[in-house]
Ligand binder design. Sequence first.
Ligand code: MSP
Length: 511
Amino acid sequence: MTMDRPFFVTTPIYYVNDLPHLGHAYPTVAADALARFMRLDGRRVKFLTGTDEHGQKVEQSARAAGVSPQEFADRNSAAFREMDRLLDISNDDYIRTTEKRHIRGVQALWRELERRGEIYLGRFAGWYAVRDEAFYDESELVEGKAPSGADVEWFEEDNYFFRLSAWQDRLLDYYEANPEAIAPRSRRNEVISFVKGGLKDLSISRTSFSWGIPVPGNPKHVIYVWLDALTNYITAIGYPETESAEFGVFWPVAHHIVGKDILRFHAIYWPAFLMAAGLPAPRRIFAHGWWTVEGQKMSKSLGNGVPPEFLVGKYGVDPARYFLLRELPFGNDGDFSHRAVVGRLNGDLANDFGNLAQRVLVMISRNCGAGVPEPGTFEATDTALLDSARGLLETVRAHVSEQAFHWALEAIWRVVGDANRYVDEQAPWVLSRSDPGRMRTVLYTLAETLRHLAILVQPFVPGSAGRLLDQLAVPEAERCFTALAEAPLRPGTRLPKPEGIFPRFVEEAVR
Ligand code: MSP
């Protein structure tokens, strides 16, 4: 049955000229939350990430480091895998563009485009920014630089071109027919107006350096790094074998998570390449915003890159994940500051959720013989809380399906807030003496609410949610979303000793 609802989610593949930092952790954590959510929701998921290893930028960085491009790529690709491990990323595959399966697929795509008359040999003369691995028109330059601020250089060489100009109308038709394909809406509008402004044919090969995939039949040329890189999304599912099991299931249901800086490549070039090769364009491309750090742009020279080891070492993996997904509306720019992280950590996590769980579990352990209490008759206030917990899945699902992770978390925390108010109002510590039967109903209501909350936060803070579910003695098989309605806590189930799940962040004393 799940075969009917496959879900394919990807991160950008990261350039190996840099080491991982917050800017890379962000799309990876977002894609991970999406993948985990869909798995728990019964979908058949493929979650792909990896590294982008060819091109002039990587070649230059390897040279500067005094090693071969392959050695350089091996080393830094391993650092991105380590980032995934640290951040508890649940990817099903990891693609490197230097792998055989990828090279073979890219060359096959090239041949297909050539066979269909989409490629011709011409002469390129124009501006190129190595940092962006992108061509720019004279009219796009801002004070002699690329719009991104990258330095540009003039170059002229014989290049193969892709007939991008011929795809303008069909791209516009694709955007029109699929209003959800490019998000957020403001970005979609930008893409549409760019395409309406007219498209030029795109240079898709280079001869002035050699670190890339050779053009089939003319190995003096290497394939343009963006054509190479974008193709990872299909080589990882078996392209050119379009009849293969994975390709048939996961294309075109792809959800590409990308930064706003690389939206043009994904929303214009990629669908055009695909359609030109006779393949459907992806289901959705979501462009997220950019983080600054303590108000400043992240840069190598400032050394303010915030590596994943720092994030996880200082704050812990789940708090870091929570912060990234809760702090900003996905799509907006924002600032990563120590103060803001500690605010969320001590506020939302430790005070609101952590305390709620701790209070409830400790009271159960002390007053109910360390087992799930037997409830009596539910009163309206109990049912109101339980109903708000039971209604969460639908709300959270709607937000997650639009990649509105912050709204999803906000909705979950609204119920955390309801539950905290309910504890205060019901005061089960008073009931323990005055009305133990009523206390058991109240504590059952709270424990069952916690079960809902813990199941629903798994995609975002998987380790902590798992520990909370352990403390509620929820078996592995009952942690998916169908269990929300089907497997309420069973009175009498023994519960382990309560342990805090979200510790407070305490600043180290400055001596
Ligand atoms: N290799 C290309 C992507 C090819 S995908 C077929 C690339 N790599 S990258 O390593 O430079 O960037 C990867 C992603 O990291 C981009 O989506 C970019 O938006 C994101 N970020 C890099 N710095 C960032 C911030 N400061 N904030 C948020 N995301 C940022 O581009």
